[in-house]
Ligand binder design. Structure first.
Ligand code: DGY
Length: 431
């Protein structure tokens, strides 16, 4: 597979990936893709920065700096920054109603009221390494903001040790089966009439269902009615699920922030305490029955009982843990293209419906890098080769069918281009 990948016409794909990043550059920030996602998304943007760092390090820093400019006074970095109004997306800033939220503070860009997987510190650290001379001042300026972001996550979301989501969009894995039971607890009565825009851009069978959307909007209304007050939402919401995506990305981001702190001569004590808290919390997500890390519904206490691609982020989190290696082997053998976002052997598996089956290059990159770091070299090579094959054969799609590689969701997608440049392309291995 590695040989096939080397033989592929690589330079034109590198050119195309760079073209996509420039195409989606709106001036200081990139959109994930035109039409479907016309604003700046938190983790998409951090991946974009990593992609830019392969050919334009100053622009990479600018991407993260624009993202951090949307940080709330309480430290939260929102999942969407609505820099310019766009009628092609729902729900917009008016639906979120975050303006005037006490946690937000005055004079900040319009935003959503929730966050997203905190990969920013991890990629700031990598962007710094591309050019430490240029990067030192930028990293130093960003360091207190990243500290405040992580401090907010620990205080507002990590009461169980593992990091909880207050909305499926916070995990990035919007319609993952992990949340099905918690979502079923919500009676979406009282949701104001709305028109979806996503299904006007993308085949509806590749997107979440109406039942999901009713609950997504119900949860937005719920947060808005509480002024996006974290304590009130934690106390009252029927939906609170501890999630491996947030837990392991924050754990890794804390380790990377600790490395940055050491280079900058900053104290690392607070960060070390966060890492220990998250490591203990991660253990509450271990599900021996499925042989993998899982999600835990913090209202019922139950584990979800499902294997997802987020299960395999434990190594990216920095855990030297072999307990899920056999489950990984089963999942790698279950479909021609790895890693499916959901277990192909499960009756809920759907190869094209967003986070219920398709392969996501961004998850593959961080899962694969973690595997490589923890000595799972063969598995890491397989995930990387499969990702390279998917992109070489099907283009820079948002996600892909693990069964036959069918490209799905949005096209000319920023983070798929970014992970190609930073990891999947043969040129990425060259340094
Ligand atoms: C969407 O609109 O589909 C996004 O995933 C929300 O973040």
């Amino acid at each position: 597979m590695i040989a096939e990948q080397t033989a592929a016409p690589t330079a034109p794909l590198d050119d195309e990936a760079r073209r996509i990043l420039r195409l989606n550059d709106k001036g200081g920030y990139t959109v994930p893709t035109a039409g479907l996602y016309p604003y700046q998304w938190n983790w998409d943007s951090a991946f974009a920065g990593l992609g830019f760092s392969r050919f334009d390090v100053p622009r990479a820093w600018e991407e993260l700096e624009t993202l951090m400019s949307g940080q709330w006074q309480n430290g939260m970095v929102p999942h969407i920054l609505f820099h310019r109004p766009d009628p092609g997306y729902f729900p917009g800033a008016d639906v979120w109603g975050a303006e005037g939220a006490p946690g937000k503070g005055p004079g900040r860009v319009a935003s959503s009221g929730i966050s997203q997987p905190p990969v920013a510190a991890s990629f700031a650290w990598r962007i710094y390494q591309r050019d430490p001379v240029l990067g030192e001042a930028r990293l130093r300026a960003m360091f207190p903001k990243l500290m405040a972001f992580h401090r907010w996550f620990i205080a507002a979301r990590a009461e169980s040790g593992a990091v909880a989501i207050t909305h499926p969009w916070e995990a990035g894995r919007d319609n993952a089966p992990d949340w099905d039971d918690a979502m079923a607890r919500i009676d979406p009565q009282g949701v104001a009439p709305y028109t979806r825009r996503d299904t006007g851009h993308v085949n509806p069978r590749m997107r979440p269902t109406k039942e999901d959307y009713d609950r997504y909007i119900w949860l937005v209304q719920f947060g808005r009615e509480r002024g996006w007050d974290d304590a009130a939402i934690a106390a009252e919401s029927p939906f609170r699920v501890a999630d491996p995506t947030l837990t392991f990305t924050l754990m890794r981001a804390c380790r990377d922030l600790r490395d940055a702190a050491e280079v900058l001569g900053e104290d690392t004590g607070e960060i070390e305490a966060w890492i220990a808290h998250l490591e203990a919390g991660a253990e509450t997500l271990w599900n021996a029955e499925i042989g993998a890390y899982d999600s835990r519904d913090l209202r019922s206490g139950a584990l979800s009982g499902v294997v997802s691609n987020a299960s395999f982020l434990c190594w990216w989190g920095g855990l030297d843990d072999r307990r899920s290696v056999a489950t990984l082997a089963r999942i790698l053998d279950a479909a021609p293209y790895s890693l499916p976002s959901f277990d192909p052997a499960h009756p809920k598996f759907d190869p094209l419906r967003y986070w219920r089956g398709p392969v996501w290059g961004v998850m593959n990159m961080i899962a694969g890098l973690g595997m490589a770091e923890q000595g799972l070299a063969e598995q890491a090579a397989r995930v990387r080769a499969d990702t390279a094959r998917l992109i070489s054969e099907n283009g820079f799609a948002e996600y892909f069918s693990p069964e036959d590689g069918t490209p799905a969701g949005g096209a000319t997608f920023t983070w798929t281009a970014a992970i190609w440049l930073a990891w999947a392309s043969p040129s990425a291995a060259e340094g």
